[in-house]
Design a protein around this ligand. Structure first.
Ligand code: COA
Length: 259
C-alpha cells in the first residue's frame, strides 16, 4: 500500500516507520505524501488512538530533506517547498490523537523538524540531533527556526542552527528536546509503554490537552488562559469526567469511554 513507509496497527496504536534506510530515511516528496496519508488514515480509524513515528534501521530516524530533490529549488519553488512541508508538519502537531516520535538515530534537518512536530519525543542512546542546513547554504524550512526555539530556547537554538553542529541524545535530554533516552533495543517498547499510559485516559481530556498546550505556543497568556478554560469546560461535559471523578471517590479504577 505504501512505498516509502511501513504501517502497522498494534492494538489501538499505529506504528509508522519511514523506510528508506539506504538513504538514511531522507524525506522526499513521496515520503511526505505517504506520511500525510498515513496520518490521515490514523485520524479516520476509530480503533487507532495513538501513533508512534520512527525510522527504519539502526542508524537514522530521518537524515533530513532529500538533498537530491532540493538542489534545484528557486526562490519561488523553495517557498512552495517550505510551505508544503510546514503544512504536513502542522497537521501532525495539531493531530487530535497523541503522537510519539521514537528517534532511533540521526534526526537532522527535516528529521529534527519532523520529530519536533510530534507531541512527545524519546530517543535511543545513539541518536543525534541537528539542523545542519547552513552547511548547504540554506536555513531550516520545515519549522526548525520556530519549533526549536520554542522547545529549547533562543540561545541553544541560535547555537545549533548557526553552527550546524549535531548534539547527542544526552545533550538533547538536557536541552529538553527529548523527554527520555533509552537503549536502542528498548526504544519501541518504551514508546508503546508511554502511549499505552496515555491511551488509558479519557480521549477528550487528551485531545483538549494537546490543543491547549499547542495554543500556549501561539497565543498571548491571557488568550491562552481563556482557551484553556474553554477546553476545561468541554471536559466537564463528558461522560469520562463523571466516570473519572466517581471512580476516584469510589476508590476504583476508571473505565473511560472516550465520550
Ligand atoms: N538527502 C539525500 N540523501 C541522503 C541524505 C539526505 N539528507 N542523508 C544521507 N543521504 C544518503 C547519502 O547520500 C548516502 O547515499 P549513497 O549511499 O547513495 O551515496 C546514504 O544516504 C548514506 O549516507 P552517508 O553520507 O554515506 O552516511 P554517513 O554515515 O557517512 O553520514 C550523515 C551520515 C547523516 C552525517 C550524512 O549522511 C549527512 O550529513 N547527511 C545529510 C544531512 C543533512 O544535511 N540534512 C539536512 C538536509 S536539508
Amino acid at each position: 500500500m505504501y512505498e516509502t513507509i511501513l504501517f502497522e496497527q498494534k492494538g489501538n496504536i499505529a506504528i509508522i516507520t519511514i523506510n528508506r534506510p539506504d538513504k538514511l530515511n531522507a524525506l522526499n516528496k513521496k515520503v511526505l505524501e505517504e506520511l500525510y496519508n498515513a496520518f490521515k488514515h490514523c485520524g479516520e480509524v476509530e480503533t487507532i488512538w495513538g501513533v508512534i513515528l520512527t525510522g527504519s534501521g539502526e542508524k537514522a530516524f530521518v537524515a533530513g530533506a532529500d538533498i537530491s530533490e532540493i538542489n534545484q529549488l528557486t526562490p519561488q519553488t523553495g517557498k512552495e517547498f517550505a510551505l508544503k512541508g510546514q503544512s504536513i508538519f502542522n497537521y501532525i502537531e495539531q493531530f487530535p490523537k497523541p503522537v510519539i516520535c521514537a528517534v532511533n538515530g540521526f534526526a537532522l534537518g527535516g528529521g529534527c523538524e519532523l520529530a519536533m512536530a510530534c507531541h512527545i519525543r524519546i530517543a535511543s542512546e545513539n541518536a543525534k540531533f541537528g539542523q545542519p542546513e547552513v552547511n548547504l547554504g540554506i536555513i531550516p524550512g520545515y519549522g526548525g527556526t520556530q519549533r526549536l526555539t520554542r522547545l529549547i530556547g533562543k540561545g541553544n537554538s541560535m547555537y545549533m542552527i548557526l553552527t550546524g553542529e549535531m548534539i547527542d541524545a544526552k545533550t538533547a535530554l538536557q536541552y529538553g528536546l527529548v523527554s527520555k533516552v533509552v537503549p536502542l533495543n528498548e526504544l519501541l517498547n518504551e514508546a508503546e509503554k508511554i502511549l499505552n499510559t496515555i491511551t488509558s485516559k479519557g480521549r477528550i481530556a487528551i485531545t483538549t490537552a494537546i490543543r491547549s498546550i499547542n495554543a500556549a505556543c501561539e497565543l498571548p497568556l491571557s488568550e491562552g488562559l481563556k482557551f484553556e478554560a474553554d477546553m476545561f469546560s468541554v471536559c466537564c461535559g463528558t461522560v469520562d469526567f463523571k466516570e473519572g471523578t466517581s471512580a476516584f471517590l469510589e476508590k476504583r479504577k476508571p473505565e473511560f469511554k472516550g465520550k
